[in-house]
Design a protein around this ligand. Structure first.
Ligand code: GLA
Length: 729
């Protein structure tokens, strides 16, 4: 690896200032890192021309780039600590700034070392940029040489001042079965905090990603927009403080409440990265930046198409038994699926997993249910020409498990108090800060994979929060490390697993969408968006989730009607069309499908395989948001050469003689001609546009005329259309 220390562009300007330009092709961050002076922020936005920088440095307001608590305590801060001598004041100046180029990786690392003016105490603010994506990853590394530990009480990964104006915040929140809801609101004076304190599942409610629309109400297609995603699996705090200053002051990092961290002399505390991006093309433009960066640099197997699978949960729940499982495997193979995943209910010996009250922790096959074990199922899968995957929840135990009988001290438990239970009234979280627990969790995975190397897919679940504070492993003065060490432990285990098993596909599930986060995705291929598979609600949830995550990460399954979560009945076409806009799968008992549903889904699977590269590896353009409340949602995917695209249109409300907006397309080449083909067609009469050839320019200005309803006998309240576009010479 060739690393070059660049002659730093610390061009010393007039007065004591030294420009530091952190840039990608289309995004610039301009800092002032004059040694001996305060570290200052100057600009973040579209790429700067080098020729402009001296004048910008001389004229733009400079503000703190990473404010610390101590000498300006009436203003917001990103960092606070209690030093070895008890002082709560920190005051730092730039000691050095370096930019290191890694030619092979096509990346540049910028490191600004800040030193306290009194103590041997250091904060390195680090920025990582890559040549081919418009995301800046930034984090801090904190260390010291003080006599005794320094207690860190606030330690944001990053701080970004955003000019006051008609600035709107977009963020996701929700609940079980209703994850990824999009919220958009204007920033007004006061502090807006987006925070998650679940301890384990950090995206079930709030999400650690946000966007700032700088030109008023967010628009999917236009407007200056900043995106920020904290890459961390644990508790977080993203706050925007709109105070009396000219700035909305944004901080993002680990939630420090109840997590004061005693930093030993010589230890380096590395905060999780905040991925920052900017686009002029509205919220959809920022999403594309995140998607491209994620697929290329963050997501496990981000360049590999995902298989079409059948997951057993909604089909049979805990009623796992060999003949039924084999029958389901046969059905998905017959429908053209590529993988079968056996969900919960397959394990437990002394405490069989017959429901959610027992068995977690005991990862041995329940021979009563599966006499031929996993080997038998793998053999069956192999003979059907499909792959096999399996569910685990390795971070947890049940009160009724051999694991808990043996290791009662492995659970998270307030010292001296009774355990607090979660799911089923018996579930417990294991204390992943404990190395013995890390070993156990690693072994759950390792044993399965080494015994059954043909396992192709693991669904890794986590179904309860940390409900009480306490660790048997940590010392009395280390109890505040509980949350941070849990997630360090989790990441250690994931890292070890990926070193040993780089190829297996792993899904992150956490009571549904509780682990949709860039912190975990280097180790996981995808996440389960929600336990709610109602296609109408999925239109909203998947829309929100796609703000930050690409389609290939979003497990999206066709399920039974009425939906088990909402009891809403929807036609098979609507269910299929919605599921196909993400990573397609099925979540039902195929033998309960009607022949028509089965045939329709079978054809759709075949179709999906053809358009999969566009959906999973292409760029997403969100066109008309369901959150606008106009009764329609539409989005499309376009491949990189802009030769192929897939357009999805869903009605979200149905009123007779109501008019729905016409949706223009996006992302096409205006000069290319595209042939339109309707996919998943259900009507007897083809659409007027089916087979017609239009220019990209026309389609992006006008879209195509779509009827509001399907013809009889397929008319229902749920209409949807999928169009394929192929460039023709
Ligand atoms: C969680 C998951 C589901 C399923 C069940 C199994 O609720 O979100 O998909 O795996 O656990 O118990």
């Amino acid at each position: 690896m060739r690393m070059t220390l660049l002659a730093l562009a610390l061009a010393v300007g007039a007065g004591a200032s030294a420009q530091l330009h952190v840039g990608t092709s289309n995004v610039s961050l301009l800092l002032d890192a004059q040694p001996g002076e305060r570290f200052e922020y100057v600009y973040f936005g579209p790429a700067l021309a080098e020729a402009d920088i001296p004048a910008i440095m001389a004229t733009e307001t400079h503000v703190d780039a990473y404010p610390v608590y101590g000498m300006d305590v009436c203003n917001p801060y990103a960092f606070a600590a209690t030093h070895a001598d008890g002082s709560m004041a920190t005051d730092v100046r730039v000691e050095s700034a370096t930019q290191t180029r890694d030619e092979a990786a096509g990346s540049t690392t910028t490191r600004v070392r800040l030193k306290d003016t009194m103590y041997p105490f250091y904060i390195d603010v680090v920025y990582l940029t890559r040549d081919d994506c418009d995301v800046i990853e930034t984090w801090t590394e904190i260390s010291h040489q003080e006599r005794k530990p320094v207690t860190l009480t606030e330690f944001a990964s990053a701080y970004l001042p955003i000019r006051r104006g008609d600035v709107w915040l977009s963020h996701l929140n929700g609940a079980w079965g209703n994850e990824g809801n999009l919220n958009q609101e204007k920033l007004t004076p006061g502090i807006k905090t987006i925070r998650n304190i679940d301890g384990v599942r950090n995206s079930q409610n709030a999400h650690s990603e946000v966007m700032f629309s700088l030109d008023g109400k967010p628009d999917e297609r236009k407007g200056r927009t900043i995106g920020a995603a904290l890459c961390y699996s644990g508790n977080f705090d993203l706050s925007v403080n709109t105070d009396a200053s000219a700035w909305h002051r944004f901080t993002a990092g680990i939630d420090a409440d109840n997590s004061a961290y005693p930093l030993a002399k010589g230890e380096v505390f590395v905060t999780p990265a905040l991925a920052l991006t900017y686009s002029d093309a509205g919220t959809s433009g920022v999403s594309r930046n995140f998607h491209r960066w994620g697929r290329k640099y963050r997501l496990c197997h981000g360049d590999t198409e995902r298989k079409v699978l059948l997951n057993s949960w909604e089909g049979i729940y805990f009623d796992v038994n060999e003949p039924v499982v084999k029958e389901m495997m046969g059905d998905i193979a017959e429908m053209g699926g590529e993988l079968f995943v056996l969900d919960d209910g397959w394990f437990g010996d002394k405490y069989p997993r017959t429901g959610d009250k027992s068995g977690l922790g005991d990862w041995v096959i329940d021979r009563n249910k599966l006499p031929d074990g996993i080997s038998g199922l793998l053999k069956a899968a192999d003979s059907l020409g499909i792959k096999f995957g399996i569910w685990i929840e390795p971070e947890m135990a049940n009160k009724y498990s051999e694991l808990y009988d043996k290791h009662p001290d492995w659970i998270v438990q307030a010292p001296g108090r009774d355990p607090i239970y979660g799911r089923g009234g018996t579930q417990l979280v294991l204390d992943l800060g404990n190395p013995a627990v890390q070993e156990h969790v690693f072994n759950v995975f390792d044993r399965l994979m080494s015994e059954y190397p043909a396992i192709d897919y693991i669904k890794w679940d986590a179904n309860m929060p940390i409900k009480n504070h306490g660790s048997h492993y940590q010392s009395a003065d280390g109890q505040s490390r509980l949350y941070i060490d849990y997630h360090r432990g989790f990441e250690n285990v994931c890292r070890r697993i990926r070193q040993k098993y780089p190829d297996v596909t792993v899904q992150a599930c956490a009571s549904g969408g509780g682990r949709a986060n860039w912190g975990i995705l280097p180790y996981f291929d995808e996440f389960w968006v929600s336990d709610n598979t109602d296609p109408l609600q999925r239109v909203y949830m998947q829309w929100g989730t796609s703000y930050f995550f690409p389609a290939m990460t979003m497990a999206s399954h066709i399920s039974a009607s009425p939906c088990h979560a909402t009891h809403r009945a929807t036609p098979i076409k609507y269910r299929v069309d919605v599921a196909m806009s993400g990573r397609l799968g099925l979540e039902l008992q195929p033998k309960h499908m009607t022949d028509f549903e089965k045939e329709f889904s079978k054809k759709a699977i075949e179709t999906y395989k053809q358009i999969r590269p566009v959906i999973q590896l292409g760029d997403q353009y969100r066109l008309h948001s369901p959150y606008e409340g106009d009764g329609v949602a539409a989005l499309m995917y376009v491949d990189e050469p802009r030769d192929h695209a897939v357009f999805f249109w869903y009605k979200t409300e149905d009123f007779h003689n109501h008019h729905y907006p016409r949706v223009a397309m996006d992302g096409l080449d205006p000069d290319k001609m595209y042939r339109i083909t309707e996919l998943n067609r259900i009507d007897d009469n083809p659409l007027a546009c089916d087979g017609q050839i239009f220019s990209g320019a026309w389609l992006m200005a006008n879209g195509v005329d779509l009827p509001y309803r399907h013809g009889m006998p397929y008319m229902s309240d749920y209409s949807s259309r999928v169009l394929r576009l192929d460039a023709v010479d």
